[in-house]
Design a protein around this ligand. Structure first.
Ligand code: 5GP
Length: 123
């Protein structure tokens, strides 16, 4: 199973093409990080691969080693840039329908700046 096809018109594809502006936090050859438009914590930054991957599942199956390494390192760099390394933070990658994923381009949410609360909603 390969999962859903990539939609070139999803919001983050438009951000990557520069068609929609973003508040950039970090960028390298393979990865872009920018502020979430509706922040749910004092720090709420999105980290995305530049490649066309729908989800973590898709990325894990098809991403190159260089892309995977860059993505994980970028999360660490964003935590440093946003100064939440010491106090702590949470990363979430919503995946698919049950995961509540709204934008079908892989993204990790990085939350911090306050106690983030319990692990998941109970409903
Ligand atoms: P998901 O529910 O797919 O895990 O998260 C999608 C996230 O993208 C949401 O937190 C939402 O606020 C954010 N978002 C949606 N559209 C835009 C946009 O145009 N720009 C930015 N920066 N974030 C967006």
């Amino acid at each position: 199973m390969s999962g859903p096809a990539y939609d070139n018109n999803n919001i983050f594809a438009k951000v990557l093409r520069g068609e929609i502006p973003c508040n950039k936090v970090y960028e390298d050859e393979h990865t872009l990080a920018f502020e979430d438009i509706h922040p749910q914590a004092p720090v709420h930054t999105l980290v995305i691969p530049k490649g066309k991957y729908v989800s973590m599942r898709d990325f894990a199956a098809k991403g190159s080693d260089a892309e995977l390494a860059a993505f994980v390192r970028a999360i660490g760099k964003v935590a440093a840039i946003k100064e939440v390394e010491d106090q702590g933070f949470r990363i979430i990658a919503n995946t698919g329908v049950d995961g509540g994923q709204e934008v079908p381009h892989l993204h990790v949410h990085l939350f911090g700046g306050r106690r983030i609360g319990r692990m998941i909603a109970q409903n």
